[in-house]
Design a protein around this ligand. Structure first.
Ligand SMILES: [Zn+2]
Length: 390
């Protein structure tokens, strides 16, 4: 038997000893360890029982109720944003991008591009039960979105917003867009609401509605609450119904990074080994410098806490609920791919399609979403000063 070279013994022994000790004392690492792939999958599966959860339908309202019941069961006190969605006829989300040659959000598209769009044909859904579930049309009128809050111990007046959107469309189950981001936020609410967890600062977990029609819930939240930030109410109570916004982290489409379409337009069947969590800020926003700092905090948290996939920072955040926040507060999005140059170029063939159903994805896909959850939980745990009661 060969002897171990002397230099290896010298290197190995002290480093193992140090890392075991420091990691064991890190409460954020303990919290990240409480995320579980099977729980994350079960929450996505639970959301898909309401089909595509299209805004303005009974299935959407039932999903809001179900999400609220889960959040309450985690010990996270809930509230709702109420607003009215009454769109003029024949307006969609479409925004012209001019003739700049750039993707939405400003990035330069490269390589193979395949067409994208929103499926509006029920007959493209082969599953008759799912087709029937998604059949009720959307109607204008009152809307609600649910959030829950973990109040900080020493700085209840300051808050991070961690969010996803629970509505979808396209005649599937909106499993990835955005069941995957909704479940991620719910999982973070579950872990951080555990009775032995304290955070110095407040965290709000928001599940926006109406993202797919132009982020009306996020816009209503800002309109109703921006002016109330940081105000103690009633005075002397120590309660802050709307703590000052320190940052906003949106999660939208978390699972599928199978790479660029091949020249024949098809996509690899497997998660690519280089799959990454894409953290984006918007370089043209008023808060770009601080949003970029927040993005790099997530990247560092990924290095420290994520088990499998790395994180990449990009500068072209677009088309999700962090958009309305980006000139007010440092706001970033976390996704499977960059929204503009990747998803907009056809990297996610399920996007807004009947194939965005739970059964489409395998564990390597779900694991990318879990790694995004580890990334945000690691960052938010550090930013809010999370500790564990002994
Ligand atoms: Zn989405």
């Amino acid at each position: 038997m060969r002897k171990l070279p002397f230099f290896l013994i010298c290197l190995a022994v002290p480093s193992f000893g140090l890392s075991a000790q420091s990691e064991g004392d890190d409460p954020v690492k303990t919290l990240v360890g409480r995320l579980e792939l099977e729980k994350y999958k079960a929450t996505i599966k639970g959301l898909t029982q309401f089909g595509d959860r299209r805004q303005g339908t009974d299935r959407n309202r039932a999903a809001v109720d179900w999400i609220e019941a889960q959040l309450k069961s985690y010990g996270c006190p809930t509230d709702r944003i109420k607003y009215t969605y009454d769109p003029p006829p024949n307006t969609g989300r479409g925004r012209g991008r001019g003739n700049t040659g750039l993707a939405q959000g400003g990035g330069r598209p490269r390589g193979v591009k395949t067409p994208t769009g929103v499926n509006t044909d029920p007959m493209k859904q082969p599953d008759e039960k799912l087709r029937a579930l998604n059949m009720q049309p959307t109607m204008p009128g009152p809307r609600e979105a649910v959030f829950c809050t973990k109040v900080g111990t020493t700085h209840p007046e300051e808050m991070y917003i961690v969010s996803g959107h629970m509505d979808g469309h396209g005649w599937g189950e909106a499993a990835n867009d955005d069941g995957s981001g909704t479940a991620l936020v719910m999982e973070l609410a579950r872990v951080l609401s555990s009775p032995d967890v304290r955070t110095e600062r407040t965290i709000r977990f928001a599940l926006w509605n109406n993202e797919e029609t132009g982020s009306q819930a996020a816009r209503a939240y800002i309109a109703q609450r921006q002016e109330r930030q940081g105000k103690e109410d009633p005075p002397g109570s120590g309660r802050y119904p709307e703590p000052k916004w320190l940052g906003m982290i949106q999660h939208d489409i978390m699972l599928f990074d199978h790479g660029m379409p091949k020249p024949d337009g098809t996509i690899s069947k497997e998660q690519r080994p280089e799959a990454d969590v894409n953290v984006e800020f918007q370089v043209t926003s008023k808060m770009a410098a601080d949003a970029q700092k927040l993005a790099w905090i997530l990247e560092a948290a990924n290095e420290k806490f994520a088990t499998d996939y790395p994180a990449t920072v990009g500068s072209h955040m677009t088309n999700t609920d962090s958009g309305p926040f980006m000139d007010i507060v440092p706001a970033i999005s976390v996704r499977e791919n960059e929204r503009g140059v990747h998803i907009g170029n056809g990297w996610d063939p399920q996007w807004h399609q009947p194939t965005d159903v739970y059964a489409t994805y395998n564990d390597k896909d779900f694991l990318l979403g879990l790694n995004a959850a580890q990334t945000t939980l690691g960052a938010i745990g550090q930013l809010t000063g999370a500790t564990l009661k002994k």
